[in-house]
Design a protein around this ligand. Sequence first.
Ligand SMILES: [Zn+2]
Length: 123
Amino acid sequence: MGKFQGGSFQAIQEYFQQKFCRNCDCQFASEGIQLLRQEPGVLVVRVTCKACGHPLGVAIVGTVLESNNNKEPVLPADWSRKDAERLAGKAPISYDDVLEAHQFFDQLGANWAQYLPKTGKIS
Ligand SMILES: [Zn+2]
């Protein structure tokens, strides 16, 4: 995990930009790499191919916060002040979050799959 020293989202973007989409063989673009969540020591990113829309998935990346343990978490450079206020104080993802997601999908009813983008099968 030495590549991700300092918890840099940019380093993670650069990492995934060296990977190729299994669906269309295009390289992943930085715009397709979205930071979902940042916790102290953990970044959650979603990687999607911008060429064909095929989702690679969600990656939870452990980061090393060197000599930063007692300070504010390092926030991504592209977060606005509002983003930081909105997201920085969030509790870590818990089982409740997973449960809420299931309840959300349940509410969609039997035809929920029709709302998903048509990007082929998810492998
Ligand atoms: Zn693709």
